[in-house]
Design a protein around this ligand. Structure first.
Ligand SMILES: [Ca+2]
Length: 450
């Protein structure tokens, strides 16, 4: 009652004065009411949109942790092999990194990106088709659309990047294949090179062995087929030490001839140039016989003046004469220098003169007085006697007037009545004893190194 009255009083007091202001108050309350309704609807729509986007896991720039401010920090792409990921993408310093795992087969991500783009496009269409009556809702929807376009653009770029990566991986694989092929080829070449070098070394080793064997063969051959001996010392040096007949090839008589080598007396290496031992050979011969030699090499013989010249004409030989009587007593005479026809241009014409020096021995020197004498035979008198000493003393020798030795005399077998016509060596057995054995032998003065 009191309220109504007051109200009535109030109304009564202003009915006439404020009839239009009452109508204005009524419109103002209606506007406020619909504004609240629209705000509520807009809030519901925005909340639903955000929920949809959130459920679709879209990054919402205005729903980041810093609400309402776009994150200016660019994405950071880095490799993170520790986590097993090939590439990690982190957005912002506090953002969770997104690891991208690329297995060797490189899965095709284009389809995922396409689905992503399709989803964004679908959401964009929905936002576009949303017919909002309120200007704020419309602005928000427009903002969402712009962001979605940006997101779609990013997704598209990512798909292109993924395709580019896949293409790059293909090129990389091709290059890896080429590299592997090159590596294989290089290894093959290296193996071939190594094999070639090994073959060359093996061949070189074989050649070296062959050369070594050849060298050994040559050395064996050189020992087996020694240079032709020029005298008995060479024969002895070749390792032969047995007395006997050998071929020698003196420098001045390259065709060679047979000689008897004494390999035992006084070191051996002696060439026998005269031997008397049994009287089986006639020594009373002419010039030609004494020049060319006669007799049997293994028995009584005369080597020949020409051969003696061939051997000793240039000097350098020594002479040894071994003798024995019929009582088996022996003696020898050694001359350290002996030569026949020394330095003669035509030794036969010069008479094969005797050069001799340096006696030693046990038989006495019965030859030195013949030094310088030319050789005389029964048919070629070149001695200093009125007569032919050879004829007179039944021999052939380097007679002077006539002799102190006559080793080519008659084989009278010991003591004889005739004078000096036997096999004489006067300083040992006088002029009337014909020796049982005589042997004249020569060798180079320089003894061989045995
Ligand atoms: Ca004479």
């Amino acid at each position: 009652m009191m309220l109504n009255d007051s109200w009535t009083v109030m109304n009564n007091s202003s009915t006439e004065l404020d009839s239009k202001p009452a109508s204005r108050q009524k419109r103002c309350c209606s506007f406020l009411f619909w504004s609240v309704v629209m705000l509520s609807v807009f809030a519901v729509v925005a909340t639903a949109t955000v929920i949809i986007l959130y459920l679709n896991q879209f990054p919402l720039p205005f729903f980041s942790k810093r609400v309402g401010v776009l994150d200016p920090t660019p994405s950071v792409i880095s490799t993170n092999r520790d986590s097993g990921a090939v590439v990690s993408v982190s957005r912002g310093t506090e953002g969770e990194p997104i690891s991208i795992f690329l297995d060797p087969s490189c899965p095709d991500l284009s389809e995922s990106f396409l689905r992503w783009e399709a989803l964004q496009s679908s959401l964009l269409r929905r936002l576009t088709n949303h017919n909002a009556d309120d200007w704020q809702e419309t602005g928000l929807a427009r903002t969402l659309g712009e962001e979605l376009k940006v997101l779609t653009g990013h997704a598209h770029n990512l798909r292109l990047e993924a395709d580019s990566l896949k293409t790059g991986q293909g090129v990389l694989e091709q290059r890896l294949d080429v590299l592997q092929s090159e590596q294989s080829r290089t290894l093959q070449v290296l193996q071939q090179l190594h094999s070639g070098v090994s073959d060359s070394l093996l061949s070189l080793q074989r050649e070296t062995d062959s050369l070594r064997r050849t060298n050994q063969d040559l050395q064996t051959d050189s020992r087996g087929t020694a240079p032709r001996p020029s005298d008995c010392r060479d024969v002895l040096s070749s390792g032969v030490s047995q007395d006997g007949v050998y071929s020698v090839f003196p420098t001045h008589d390259p065709d060679g001839f047979m000689v008897y080598c004494d390999m035992t007396t006084d070191g051996g290496g002696w060439m026998v140039i005269q031997r008397r031992e049994d009287g089986s050979v006639n020594f009373f011969r002419d010039w030609g016989a004494y020049r060319d030699g006669f007799g049997k090499t293994t028995g009584e013989h005369w080597l020949g003046l020409q051969r003696m010249y061939a051997l000793t004409g240039a000097g350098g030989y020594e002479l040894r004469i071994d003798m024995a009587d019929f009582d088996n007593v022996t003696a020898f005479a050694l001359y350290e220098d002996f030569s026949v026809g020394r330095d003669c241009v035509n030794p036969e014409e010069d008479g094969y003169p005797l050069s001799l020096a340096g006696y030693s021995g046990t038989a006495g020197d019965s030859l030195q007085k013949h030094a310088g004498m030319r050789f005389t035979t029964r048919d070629r008198d070149q001695d200093q006697s009125e007569n032919n000493c050879a004829s007179y003393y039944q021999g052939a020798w380097w007679y002077r007037n006539c002799h102190t030795s006559n080793l080519n005399g008659q084989y009278l077998r010991g003591g004889h009545a005739s004078y000096a016509d036997g096999v004489e060596w006067s300083s040992w057995t006088g002029w009337q004893y014909s020796l049982r054995f005589t042997e004249m032998k020569i060798r180079p003065k320089t003894k061989p190194n045995l």
